[in-house]
Ligand binder design. Structure first.
Ligand code: PAF
Length: 297
């Protein structure tokens, strides 16, 4: 197990990536805010698969102030760089880029900003104004600093992934954006850096989020409404889960057609507060099924 090289400045990063670029080796980027867990480890493995054994895998660790709103958890967000580097070493990562706020935003936030567009106004965008604009700025900056061939993001942040894909496409960035499946605890809870805020009772309650999504998936054969009803019924069992949204959308987060043709690929997304911790999760659904032809929402 070779430890990754840790770069904290743009020039260190550029020097480290120089050889890979000169040799035409592929570069894969896994942007993170640290507090790494097995979900991030799976992203690193996907990045390695994408760039091959000779490629360069870069993991960035940066808690981006621009994507936190007032009253959110910027100050208490876990910062665990030593443990993060250990996990990256275990996964054969080549470079950990862990810059300071000043290194990323010299002289403060950028004057030229990014507008996430309509996709940024729904779901997380509605509850967390400014979050996606701040997220896209840092991702664009990391893309510019690392200039990866491929960048890997988790499907757990499904709307984020959709927006980053859209940015890469709309702005012709020439970077392949890969979405990796959500990793779950044995009981189904989606892995998240924020799970560590949960006390034991909240941890027990939090599992209802994923149970609701699995219940929806099981009932999706009977239509989108049935899927939603199954999820709602499950969430009602969780006294201290305060639901922000629970929706079934098209796979691209747009509206489902009405009626929904059997076999339509859809997405169910949930956000909820468990105690003071806000958690999100999502899952793919197939609405209707060959045994329920013509089933609609
Ligand atoms: O998903 C995250 O951890 C962050 O939003 C990201 C993509 C690293 C940008 O800060």
């Amino acid at each position: 197990m070779t430890a990754p090289v840790v770069a904290s400045t743009r020039s260190e990063l550029a020097a480290l990536l120089g050889d890979a670029r000169r040799d035409g080796r592929r570069i894969g980027l896994v942007p993170t805010m640290g507090a790494l867990h097995e979900g991030h480890a799976s992203l690193m493995r996907v990045a390695r698969e994408q760039v091959g054994p000779d490629g360069e895998v870069v993991v960035s660790v940066f808690v981006n102030p621009l994507q936190f709103g007032a009253g959110e958890d910027l100050d208490r967000y876990p910062r665990t760089l030593a443990a993060d580097v250990d996990l990256a070493a275990r996964e054969g990562v080549d470079i950990v880029f862990a810059p300071s706020v000043e290194e990323v935003y010299p002289g403060g936030g950028p004057q030229v900003t990014l507008d996430p567009g309509p996709l940024g106004t729904i779901l997380e965008g509605r509850t967390r104004p400014g979050h996606f604009a701040g997220m896209l700025i840092v991702v664009a900056k990391l893309f510019g600093l690392v200039r990866p061939d491929v960048a890997v993001f988790g499907q757990k942040d499904y709307q984020q992934l959709a927006l980053i894909r859209r940015m890469a496409e709309d702005l012709c960035l020439g970077i392949e954006v890969v979405g990796a499946p959500t990793q779950r605890e044995q009981d189904g809870l989606a892995l998240s850096s924020r799970n560590r805020y949960l006390d034991p009772e909240e941890r027990r309650e939090a599992v209802h989020l994923s149970r609701a999504l699995f219940a929806a998936r099981a009932d999706a054969a009977y239509g989108a409404q049935a899927a939603l009803d199954a999820a709602r019924a499950e969430l009602r069992r969780a006294a201290s889960v305060d639901v922000d949204y629970l929706v079934v959308t098209a796979a691209d987060l747009g509206e489902l057609p009405e009626p929904v043709p059997a076999g339509t690929e859809a997405r169910i997304l949930v956000a909820a507060r468990v105690g003071s911790t806000r958690l999100i999760d999502n899952m793919s659904l197939t609405i209707g099924s060959p045994t329920n032809p013509g089933t609609t929402s």
